[in-house]
Design a protein around this ligand. Structure first.
Ligand code: NDP
Length: 272
């Protein structure tokens, strides 16, 4: 049976095995997908060991996405520009690295009928997740993508790679002087119950607010956005399933349907 896994540390709570096994069931593919806890400093060894055991592909999560980038023999453009790999494919003695996080986000926004074309997008954060979504967002032909980060120099470094005049950088405070249609929170602030320090004045009733973080209850950023008048808020559960669907397609050549898996995961989150 074809073997896949997700490498990470910690990894116990990963939902990837559930997601990929659900995809396999609905697309009638036979495969095995497991978690693989990797000791820090042993990533290359773990990947080579998995390949030796017949592994066909793997997802990579925190903290190994950058190491996966250097390990790959060949990279997709989106992985190179993201500076991180979340999908490895082992084929013909080579390791191929890709990054499906950004496409997962874009597909989730489109699934939620969010208008991206010609939109003014505010992207909060300049870490790995923000970097990974810039190219797929640009492919949707937005009017502009403003990247605001707590540490502005990181956002400036991020846009240098893209050389695209639709990309604008500013600090959190400067966002108050602008208007946006979509806000995407790609900071990890919600994980620690915090908010990116943006002004409530930019929240309008017809904008869409998206948080890459998800959980049992609404994230602090989305709760705040709702309180300030945003009528449409979306969390990152669909992005998680979307990036997995992209990986599955790369490995198996078939695009699984994401809705049943998102619904099941949402129900299990609510029951926790
Ligand atoms: P990184 O550690 O690479 O980057 C963290 C980012 O958050 C930086 O821009 C950092 O700013 C900012 N930040 C952290 N705390 C605060 C705060 N209190 N206020 C303002 N900004 C803050 O993380 P990633 O980019 O890899 O991940 C970001 C988030 O996206 C995580 O929460 C992760 O769980 C989520 N994610 C979700 C996915 C999904 O499938 N739903 C996929 C990938 C990521 P600074 O540069 O100033 O430190």
């Amino acid at each position: 049976m074809d073997k896949y896994c997700v490498f990470g540390n910690p990894i116990k709570h990963s939902r990837s095995p559930f997601i990929h096994q659900s995809f396999a069931k609905t697309t009638k593919q036979t495969l095995h997908y497991d978690t693989c806890l990797v000791e820090l400093g042993s990533f290359t060894e773990a990947v080579n060991d998995f390949i030796a055991k017949g592994g066909k592909g793997a997802n990579v999560t925190v903290p190994f996405k950058e190491q996966a980038l250097t390990l790959a023999d060949e990279l997709s453009d989106r992985a190179r520009l993201a500076g991180a790999v979340n999908t490895l494919t082992f084929k013909d003695g080579k390791i191929y690295g890709d990054n499906t996080d950004g496409e997962g986000l874009v597909q989730d926004l489109l699934r939620n009928t969010v208008q991206l074309e010609n939109s003014r997008i505010l992207l909060l954060g300049a870490g790995g997740a923000a970097k990974g979504v810039v190219l797929p967002l640009l492919a949707q032909n937005p009017k502009s993508i403003t990247i605001a980060n707590r540490t502005i120099s990181k956002a400036e470094r991020l846009i240098e790679q893209f050389n695209n005049d639709k990309l604008i950088v500013c600090g959190f405070e400067q966002t108050a002087e602008q208007e946006f249609d979509v806000i995407i929170n790609a900071t990890s602030a919600s994980l620690s119950g915090k908010l990116p320090a943006i002004s409530a004045s930019i929240i309008t009733s017809n904008m869409v607010c998206y948080d890459m973080v998800y959980g049992k209850s609404v994230t602090p950023f989305l709760a705040w956005a709702q309180l300030k008048g945003a009528s449409r808020v979306i969390d990152g559960l669909g992005m998680l399933v979307g990036q997995a669907a992209e990986s599955f397609d790369i490995w198996r050549g078939v695009k699984p349907s994401v809705d049943p898996v998102i619904n099941e995961l949402r129900a299990s989150l609510n029951a926790e």
